[in-house]
Ligand binder design. Structure first.
Ligand code: ZN
Length: 171
């Protein structure tokens, strides 16, 4: 018995099925492997997080999220051409391959190869779901209070969590 609802600082176990406008399945999380996250700390896309507010365990809902509240609009400027000669030795580029790319400041970004033309590859830095309206079929599987440490870190510590590097020195 519980009157707990999805709200700020609650740990949510979520079952979901994510599809696109054309009905294609992107991913799903089932009872064997629910998505567990700390609510109210930007751990999931804002459009979904907002829609889950106030739900109770066992409740099911269909949520559609516009691109702007999901992974953003598709930005044509976020596409670069890179000479094949600048790729790391031994890398055989293929369309669909995802690369970790470091910019001048050493920041890592992820890009997908969307084309190969003669001696250049086309690298798309947009999120693969950018520009897409997302449809979630969600069920709340479980709710619990967060621990003080989880609240401090802003994310969940479940049985098999590996903490981020920022907190390494706390072990
Ligand atoms: Zn942590």
């Amino acid at each position: 018995m519980s009157d707990q609802t999805v709200s700020q600082d609650v740990v949510v176990s979520l079952l979901y099925r994510l599809t696109l406008d054309d009905g294609s399945l992107v991913e799903e999380s089932t009872a064997d492997d629910p998505l567990v996250y700390l609510h109210g700390h930007d751990n999931i896309i804002p459009g979904l997080e907002n829609a889950l507010n106030g739900m109770v365990v066992g409740e099911q809902k269909q949520v559609s999220v516009e691109a702007v509240d999901a992974y953003g609009e598709y930005e044509p400027d976020e596409v670069d051409e890179v000479p094949v000669s600048e790729l790391p030795d031994g890398l055989e580029p293929e369309v669909g391959m995802v690369l970790a790319v470091h910019d001048e400041d050493g920041e890592e970004d992820v890009a997908q190869i969307t084309g190969i033309e003669d001696d250049v590859i086309i690298l798309d830095f947009n999120h693969p779901l950018a520009g897409q309206r997302l449809h979630f079929d969600v069920t709340i599987a479980e709710l619990r209070e967060a621990t003080a440490e989880e609240l401090e870190h802003g994310h969940v510590h479940d049985d098999d969590y590996e903490d981020d590097e920022d907190y390494e020195d706390e072990d």
